[in-house]
Design a protein around this ligand. Structure first.
Ligand SMILES: Cc1cc2nc3c(=O)[nH]c(=O)nc-3n(C[C@H](O)[C@H](O)[C@H](O)COP(=O)(O)O)c2cc1C
Length: 193
């Protein structure tokens, strides 16, 4: 398990070949086994395996990013080589139930009893499950520029009372060796003993 955690990397270059349904089921099952506050399991997964639609989402997202106030988003949005979903053959949109946190304190809207935390746990399970069976993955937040367009987001057919939060890209890794190691912080632990 520790090796899987350490070896998992965000993969941004995928083979066009589709993953098998068995592999997809394994990853979705891992998502559904995630912890959630009050065991609410407030998640919904939309599996997209249609290249045209995946490319369309990227195109529309980039259009919005181009007009963004965020410098990085603007730069990526105008970059010809950038594909928001890394041209992955499988993309899973993770949506969370629009419930309020049960912690009734100001500022705790996104505390541990929240769909955002629960869906994030499910995403991490998916990434690790994918790595464990040799499949590359990438957690994608920029797709929120697409979710912000109500007419476009409706095309995801997410059930009422759910809100799309993130995308997870999945596919066979194209280039396993060429990924530079990200710098990992080491000054983020305080011991109280
Ligand atoms: C909430 C969240 C949003 C992210 N959004 C994106 C994204 O839009 N595009 C992307 O390529 N990577 C995205 N990532 C991946 C991070 O860039 C990546 O995890 C980080 O650089 C560390 O690299 P590693 O995953 O290889 O360890 C996201 C990760 C998280 C947790």
């Amino acid at each position: 398990m520790l090796n899987i955690i350490k070896n998992r990397r965000s993969v941004r270059s995928f083979k066009a070949e589709q993953i098998t349904d068995g592999e997809l089921d394994c990853i979705l099952e891992a998502a559904c086994c995630s912890p959630s506050g009050h065991n609410a399991q407030p998640w919904f997964f939309t599996v997209i395996q249609n290249k045209e639609f995946i490319d369309y989402i990227s195109l529309k997202t980039k259009l919005v990013m181009t007009g963004s106030g965020n410098e990085k988003a603007r730069r990526l949005g105008t970059s010809e080589n950038y594909h928001v979903l890394h041209a992955a053959p499988t993309v899973i949109i993770v949506s969370g139930k629009t419930e309020k946190s049960v912690i009734d304190l100001p500022g705790y809207e996104f505390s541990s009893y929240s769909p955002l935390a629960d869906c994030s746990a499910a995403i991490q399970n998916m990434l690790l499950a994918a790595e464990s069976i040799g499949i590359g993955s990438c957690w994608v937040g920029f797709v929120n520029y697409f979710f912000a367009l109500p007419e476009e987001a409706a095309k995801l057919k997410v059930p009422d009372n759910y809100r799309p939060l993130f995308a997870v890209c999945l596919g066979y890794k194209r280039n396993e060796t060429a990924m530079p190691l990200p710098v990992r912080k080491t000054d983020c632990v305080k011991y109280i003993r």
